[in-house]
Design a protein around this ligand. Structure first.
Ligand code: C2E
Ligand code: MG
Ligand code: MG
Ligand code: MG
Length: 291
């Protein structure tokens, strides 16, 4: 029991503190066993070319199916996994699982698409990252052109190291993108000097694009810069038609967001694939008619 002695000698319990500390502790302990107990699962969200309605890729998004608490989102457990040094093995599982799944989709006749995997800073800084990726590609037999790794701006702060790793990954034939663009610490020099395939505009800008002039300016500037540099650009967090119209007006046609679909477990994505394709085509037509 957590006890604390007050000034006047009374003993009282700091209930809240006690609760928080033990919650985190038990979550931590569970997390240590989650990999071996197969509690992780990847959800997939499509990226759509909104001009053609075609699926160009899927992003793999990690979920933790906690035996008592149910599904836990990455914003909760990834920082914890980073803190206790588990993100590297978890991250390796993610790369392997995403590539395995994509290969399965290809073999079951789905049109080819890229699978995007988020890397954490610790993974990116680990010297064997390139070997890990190479090993995964070899063992899953996924063609490297169907894998994309997402890094964030902050990972590129050690400029020389980042450049070396990105070049080596590109050397394997894998694509590299910058996620959450505009929210991290970065130098625009990086965009020019790194062999980046695309940038993803963070959803915090997209969300307010119609209601906040600053966000609108930021989004249009990012798109214009990407076009100017010949880098692909994707908008994240697109939830409605109005946002999509704005993005189209800036000639950004690669879209990821709830407007098209929420992330789904692999089996649901597979089951629903034909309907999803139909829905995306319909949405594309509606948008074309209105613009
Ligand atoms: P992210 O890489 O920027 O992924 C996009 C997030 O936005 C996902 O949240 C996705 O579900 C959510 N999202 C997509 N469309 C919309 C939309 O229209 N509206 C809103 N409000 N949200 C949308 P999720 O799955 O909770 O993941 C959160 C973050 O956790 C990810 O952000 C990524 O940074 C991290 N993450 C996810 N999976 C992994 C992983 O395997 N490894 C690592 N290191 N990080 C991961
Ligand atoms: Mg991402
Ligand atoms: Mg990310
Ligand atoms: Mg993002």
């Amino acid at each position: 029991q957590a006890k604390a002695h007050g000034k006047n000698g009374y003993v009282f319990y700091k209930n809240d503190m006690h609760q928080d500390a033990s919650d985190e502790f038990s979550l931590e302990n569970h997390l240590r066993k989650a990999l071996e107990q197969n509690e992780f699962e990847l959800f997939y969200q499509a990226q759509i070319n909104s001009q053609t309605g075609e699926i160009i890729g899927v992003e793999a998004l990690l979920r933790w199916n906690h035996p008592e608490l149910g599904m836990i989102l990455p914003n909760i457990f990834i920082p914890l996994a980073e803190k206790i040094g588990l993100i590297v093995p978890i991250g390796e599982w993610v790369i392997m699982e995403a590539c395995r799944q994509n290969k399965m989709w290809q073999e079951s006749g789905l049109p080819n698409m890229k699978v995007s995997v988020n890397l954490s800073t610790q993974q990116f800084l680990k010297q064997n990252l390139v070997d890990v990726v190479q090993h995964v590609l070899q063992s899953t037999q996924l063609n490297p052109q169907f894998l994309e790794l997402e890094i964030t701006e902050s990972m590129a702060m050690d400029y020389k190291y980042a450049r070396k790793v990105i070049d080596q990954l590109r050397g394997l034939g894998v694509a590299v993108s910058i996620d959450d663009f505009g929210t991290g610490y970065s130098s625009l020099k990086n965009l020019k000097c790194f062999a980046i395939n695309r940038i993803k505009i963070d959803k915090c800008f997209v969300m307010n694009v119609l209601h906040n002039q600053n966000d609108e300016q930021i989004v249009s500037a990012i798109i214009a810069m990407a076009h100017g540099l010949g880098v692909n650009v994707v908008a994240e967090g697109v939830e409605n038609e109005e946002q999509l119209h704005y993005l189209h007006s800036q000639e950004c046609y690669n879209i990821q967001g709830y407007y098209f679909m929420k992330p789904l477990p692999a089996y649901e994505f597979t089951d629903q694939y034909p309907q999803l394709v139909e829905e995306f085509k319909k949405k594309k037509e509606i948008i074309h008619e209105k613009s």
